[in-house]
Design a protein around this ligand. Structure first.
Ligand code: SAM
Length: 268
């Protein structure tokens, strides 16, 4: 049997389609999301409905955003699931998630994300954290490792700093390739993201924080004295309490924020 065809649908590689096909893992994911009637639930990339169905069963309703027109149509016309869904056919990276806020109910967002666009999609979602109660995403395990990495580890990079700036992040489930159809070449994991209180997010400009991360990690083996030389001097770093002889992977989120805020204030 063709491994790329699942429930009568040929998986489209360009849409990152690897469908979950393991009831035990689906159960664990649904338990982590903990859907309840009245929740404002949003799924990104529902696909053939592997997680959608049990979540809709428990909550009664959810909103989905699916890029693949055929899959969106299939969900709309699904005899049992269709009436429980609000289907948005389109690109989640362009979707305005704040438009889904009703009666002040924050969003519980989840999805087995298309791995080919997971980082830009996460960055897009971070823009809406004030509208979010929690998020659960299946991602490449290596991406989850980077999201939760601490300073001093090789996995610590821009994705760690930006994720941990916006959210508390913790890995919750590990998922081997055999749980999907077609099986991806990599291991996967589910990460739970709980937005931090706005008072903990002290960057004056997240754009500047991102710029500092890009520069600092662009050549991660260089010391900050060299990697950040386009932005500020060694003396300025010292004034901020940052040792310029360290590499980017060895300074904390707080120090990244301090550098970004200094540069923001120094702007003409
Ligand atoms: N949730 C299903 C499951 O677990 O079996 C499918 C997961 S599959 C890894 C990713 C899903 O995201 C596919 O249905 C794909 O069509 C959809 N998708 C890909 N890119 C997308 C995008 N930019 N916006 C919304 N959905 C997207």
């Amino acid at each position: 049997m063709n491994d790329n065809v699942h429930l009568g649908h040929r998986a489209r590689k360009r849409f990152g389609q690897n469908f979950l096909n393991d009831d035990m893992i689906i159960d664990k994911i649904v338990t982590a999301i903990d859907p309840k009637p009245g929740d404002n639930l949003v799924e990104i990339g529902p696909g053939l409905g592997a997680i959608t169905e049990p979540v809709a069963e428990l909550s009664g309703h959810l909103t989905v955003v699916e890029l693949d027109k055929d899959l969106a149509e299939r969900l709309i016309h699904h005899p049992f699931l269709g009436p429980k869904l609000t289907v948005n056919q389109g690109d989640a990276m362009k979707f305005d998630f704040s438009s889904l806020i009703k009666d002040d109910k924050k969003l519980k967002i989840f999805g087995n994300l298309p791995y080919n666009v997971s980082t830009p999609l996460l960055f897009h979602l971070f823009e809406f954290v004030d509208n979010v109660e929690h998020m659960h995403f299946m991602l490449q395990k290596e991406v989850v490792n980077r999201m939760v990495a601490s300073p001093g580890s090789k996995a610590f990079g821009r994705l760690s700093v930006m994720t941990q700036y916006y959210c508390h992040a913790m890995p919750v489930i590990e998922v081997p390739p055999t749980c999907f159809k077609p099986a991806p070449k990599v291991d996967s994991a589910v990460v739970r993201l709980i937005p931090k209180d706005p008072s903990a997010r002290t960057a004056k400009s997240t754009k500047m924080l991102n710029t500092v991360c890009l520069e600092a990690f662009n050549q991660r083996r260089k010391t900050l004295r060299n990697s950040l030389s386009n932005l500020l001097t060694e003396a300025e770093l010292a004034e901020l309490g940052v040792d310029a002889t360290l590499r980017a992977e060895n300074i904390s989120l707080t120090q990244f924020i301090a550098i970004a805020n200094y540069l923001h204030d120094r702007q003409p």
